[in-house]
Design a protein around this ligand. Structure first.
Ligand code: MG
Ligand code: ZN
Length: 405
């Protein structure tokens, strides 16, 4: 079993919060961000003066989804998106502990663990120590858990919720965590990291089966042909490596959203945590391919529609939608005619701009205003009462001294 060293962010950092962020802009200077926003453990804009606590939390991550990607998707879709149905919106800073511009590993680890870490990290702190994730905490508390991605399931974003490795490149190491974690539901690509491994002879596909999972993949049946049985944990692989783009025929994300919510609701009466990622908005923007980015955005929005349909009927589900970072520095310009979009890119990489946050359901009101990416974890954890009691006590004492936070 993994050693669970809960190196939660240093509570003492609260005392030295300012100056929180000094960015060095001069050419030739270090691009390091100095400051300790990284080590806060109390979310901004959070006053728990309500008894409204969500039973289920669904975190939806649009990888690379900035405001322009959203706007382009909305106009390309007849001026409407499911995202417009969210009553609460906020903005989020995305920098990592090592860079002004984050990667998806550090970005997702901020969401999963509440710690700023270095680019490339998966579920570890900047000191390379394992940090317990919200998914692991949910599991420990008897909730059901799920991960869905349109990348390989071992890719940086989903991996950061279940695995603890120093580098996102160690996909086969990441796959091992799927066998040692009691994850209830997963859908994504990357089958080869499980059963055609180069670093050892293990067949993790077979191991998951013998552990009691109902496991299948795209070679055997389509996800739309399956009704998962909540009596057994469920996994379906969508590709050997990375799944197709939606333009290339991939269609499983909205289906997975519907199946997962129905399944997880029945799986534990205590509630569930689900992370669902629209992984390829980012890839389309790295490729500076506007139409492909719009198609990925709309696929993600269709999944959001499925999630909202569930949450509205359920009434006890908090839905949060955000992005790990923007990709491409996308600009929306007027094409040839009022209804023609001209999408331009200023870079083939990620950017440091703030990204939006959307929230619906019990606890949603805490997700307005400007926050840090680590706040996503802390807000979820505070709502669910997952903070270690000792930290809560220290926190209470400090709250009396500090107005800020
Ligand atoms: Mg990703
Ligand atoms: Zn990227």
């Amino acid at each position: 079993m993994i050693e669970m060293m809960v190196k939660r962010c240093n509570t003492q950092a609260l005392l030295v919060l300012f100056p929180a962020l000094i960015v060095v802009f001069s050419a030739g200077c270090s691009d390091k961000i100095v400051g300790n926003d990284a080590n806060r453990n109390k979310p901004r804009n959070f006053e728990k003066n309500t008894t409204e606590v969500p039973k289920n939390i669904i975190l939806l991550i649009g990888d690379g989804m900035g405001l322009t990607q959203i706007t382009a998707g909305m106009y390309a879709n007849g001026n409407k998106l499911n995202l417009e149905r969210f009553p609460i919106t906020g903005l989020m800073k995305t920098h990592s502990s090592s860079h002004l511009i984050t990667d998806s590993g550090a970005g997702a680890t901020a969401f999963s663990c509440g710690c700023k870490t270095y680019n490339g990290a998966i579920g570890v702190t900047k000191e390379k120590k394992t940090c317990e994730t919200i998914l692991e905490q949910a599991e420990k508390n008897g909730l059901a858990t799920g991960l869905i991605a349109t990348s390989s399931i071992t890719h940086a974003t989903p991996a950061s919720f279940i695995a603890h490795v120093k580098s996102r490149a160690d996909m086969e190491d990441i796959a091992k965590f799927f066998v040692q974690t009691e994850l209830d539901f997963f859908v994504g690509g990357g089958l080869d990291y499980f059963n055609k491994r180069k670093t050892d002879q293990r067949d993790l596909y077979a191991e998951l089966r013998s552990k009691g999972y109902w496991i299948s993949d795209f070679q055997k049946q389509k996800l739309s042909e399956i009704t998962p049985d909540p009596k057994q944990p469920f996994g379906w692989f969508s590709a050997l490596g990375e799944p197709d783009s939606v333009s290339g025929g991939r269609d499983y994300l909205p289906i997975a959203a519907r199946l997962a919510t129905d399944f997880l609701k029945k799986r534990s009466e205590k509630g569930f945590f689900l992370m669902l990622e629209g992984s390829q908005i980012d890839w389309a923007c790295h490729a500076k391919d506007g139409p492909r980015a719009v198609a990925e955005m709309l696929d993600f929005d269709a999944a959001i529609g499925e999630i909202l349909r569930f949450a509205e009927a359920d009434g006890n589900t908090l839905v949060i939608v955000t992005a790990d970072h923007e990709t491409g520095g996308m600009a929306l310009e007027q094409g040839d005619g009022f209804d023609v979009l001209d999408l331009e890119f200023t870079t083939g990489h990620h950017t440091a701009t703030m990204v939006p946050v959307f929230a619906y359901g019990p606890g949603a009101q805490h997700f307005g205003g400007i926050m840090d990416n680590t706040d996503i974890y802390w807000k979820m954890a505070h709502l669910w009462g997952f903070i270690e009691p000792s930290i809560l006590e220290e926190q209470k004492a400090k709250d009396g001294k500090s107005k800020r936070n």
